[in-house]
Design a protein around this ligand. Structure first.
Ligand code: ATP
Length: 362
């Protein structure tokens, strides 16, 4: 057993191959006790495989996985003491809701009175105290997912993993369930490992997010760091909206890197790692970090408005910037008169050193 500061889960050089196909080449990952960690990435990037290796529904091809300081690579799923929630609920349709939730307690041989009390407690926790007698088919999608959550929590597992649990719900219900999940996490202090391909869901819910790409973690960081300091062009493109301009490093100074864009213009930004002159890079800058200026304002880029799109709370102005290419600028809180017409000549300026200079995706 380990102390409360040590990670609850450790992956060390973990690999997984399906036949000749290597889904996970070599994964290192520490999951902190009590954290809400999200595995985020595009379809096929290895999120579910990582979760399956943790739960024991798939066995690793190599490497070490530790849970609470003990090795579990060869331990069967039912002995790992991990609660699991899937997108498609996986409730037993022929059992009542209460029987579904009682199931993990019964297989552990608890007394009838304890089972009844714990089931009631779990039902109350997911706000469905009066639905114990129903069959899962008589509940809505959101209610069924709450039951699945109650069933995963009822036996007080060491951690709980959730694979796209809100994927089948409509937008409003999904947001409501996100709030409930967050509240439960706070209230119970249990470690939650969550899989999604929805970046806004990941940013909203998580203490940390691991961004997966081709079976590797591109970046593991807090939502704020991922958004403000993406470590690669892939992360910059995957998290939120970004303008990405490709170019070559011209000069590296102490706190700034000059990049010659492929279209000839010059941009300055902060490097995410060590870069050298001549290296191919991508400059990332968020639409909300760009501002409109007068067409000939000194220090601004010159451009012409190509498109204006209204989003209710903001406008997005697409501008063809000289020597740079197409840039999206987000205008918030501006009155309609400040929004330029398509075809207008404008300037674009940046509030400080807001460009991130990132290595090009390999
Ligand atoms: P999604 O968001 O679509 O669920 P994911 O990031 O969870 O994707 P995985 O399901 O982990 O991705 O799959 C990773 C890779 O491994 C994919 O290329 C997938 O086709 C492959 N893969 C997964 N399971 C198997 C399997 N049982 N047999 C063969 N290949 C598999």
């Amino acid at each position: 057993m380990s102390n409360t500061n040590s990670p609850i889960v450790r992956f060390r050089g973990v690999s997984k191959a399906y036949g000749g196909f290597v889904a996970i080449p070599s994964l290192d990952l520490d999951i902190a006790r009590g954290e809400f960690l999200t595995l985020l990435g595009p379809s096929g990037s290895g999120k579910t495989t990582t979760l399956m290796l943790l739960t024991g529904f798939e066995m690793a091809s190599g490497g070490v996985i530790e849970l609470d300081g003990g090795r579990i690579e060869t331990c069967p799923a039912h002995k790992r003491d991990i609660g699991v929630v899937f997108q498609n609920y996986a409730l037993f349709p022929h059992m009542s809701v209460a029987e579904n939730i009682a199931f993990p307690l019964r297989v552990r041989g608890l007394s009838r009175a304890t089972v009844e009390a714990e089931v009631q407690r779990a039902l109350a926790m997911v706000h469905l105290a009066d639905k114990g007698g129903r069959r899962p088919g008589q509940l809505s999608g959101g209610q069924q997912q709450r039951i699945a959550l109650a069933r995963a929590l009822v036996f007080k597992p060491r951690l709980i993993v959730l694979d796209e649990p809100l994927g089948a719900l409509d937008k409003n219900l999904r947001e409501q369930m996100q709030d409930e999940l967050k509240a439960l996490h706070r209230q119970l202090g249990i470690t939650m490992v969550f899989v999604t391909h929805d970046q806004s869901e990941a940013l909203t819910l998580s203490d940390r997010v691991a961004v997966f790409n081709h079976g590797r973690i591109e970046q593991l960081a807090t939502p704020g760091d991922l958004y403000r300091r993406p470590a690669s062009a892939f992360v910059a493109e995957f998290i939120g909206e970004n303008n990405l301009v490709s170019g070559v490093v011209e000069q590296v100074a102490m706190d700034s890197v000059a990049v010659r864009a492929d279209s000839g213009g010059l941009l300055h930004g902060v490097a995410s790692g060590s870069l050298q002159a001549g290296e191919a890079v991508v400059v990332a800058v968020r639409p909300e970090q760009l501002e409109l200026a007068g067409a000939n304002d000194p220090g601004s880029l010159s451009g012409r408005v190509a498109q204006v799109t209204y989003y209710g709370d903001s406008y997005r102005v697409d501008i063809d910037a000289e020597g740079i290419g197409r840039l999206k600028v987000k205008l918030t809180g501006s009155d309609d008169k400040a929004v330029p017409e398509v075809g207008a000549a404008v300037g674009i300026c940046m509030a400080g050193n807001v460009c991130r200079v990132l290595p090009k995706n390999k």
